[in-house]
Design a protein around this ligand. Structure first.
Ligand code: NI
Length: 169
């Protein structure tokens, strides 16, 4: 297993829509293993392939993030089929948006369809924290970051900070 480099804002790679996975081959399985190593090392609770430089429609997340035992879930070609309610996701963060957190308005529950790493169709319904994780990661597959979902003022504060950092390098 290999820990991959995480692509960070403002890299334009993060802005492209992911491409549907057609074959679950050895290369994809290897990518999944490396993504898991990368996510746990970070540490993070979810990761989209786009964040490690792959344009595949693929996300991983940990179903029991507060448990010592890992419970890795893989979703290929995931789509949000339905949402319900709304919730404020407090202090949301992203491995691709380092050193910044903000509250984000999210759906309280989601129904997601996709396939697992064996190619078996899955349909999952989650609420609360895992609903937020799923929305956040599936957003990545559409080129969307959580900072796109916060107020323009807060986003500007972050952008200014990043511009300053890039200049001082
Ligand atoms: Ni993220």
């Amino acid at each position: 297993m290999e820990v991959l480099q995480i692509v960070t804002y403002p890299d334009k790679f993060l802005r492209q829509p992911a491409k549907a996975v057609e074959n679950i081959d050895g290369k994809l399985q290897k990518l999944i293993k490396n993504m898991a190593a990368t996510m746990y090392q970070a540490p993070g609770v979810g990761l989209a392939a786009i964040q490690v430089g792959s344009d595949k429609s693929l996300i991983i997340y940990d179903e029991l993030p507060n448990d010592e035992k890992h419970c890795l879930k893989v979703l290929i070609n995931p789509k949000i089929i339905a949402t319900e309610g709304s919730v404020l996701s407090e202090n949301e963060g992203c491995l691709s948006v380092p050193d910044f957190r903000a509250d984000v308005k999210r759906a309280a529950a989601v129904l997601v369809e996709g396939v697992d790493q064996d190619g078996k169709p899955v349909r999952i319904e989650r609420d609360d924290f895992l609903a937020v994780v799923l929305q956040h990661e599936i957003d990545h597959l559409n080129g969307t970051l959580f900072i796109d979902r916060i107020s323009a003022l807060k986003r500007e504060i972050y952008k200014r900070r990043i511009r300053k950092q890039l200049k001082s390098k």
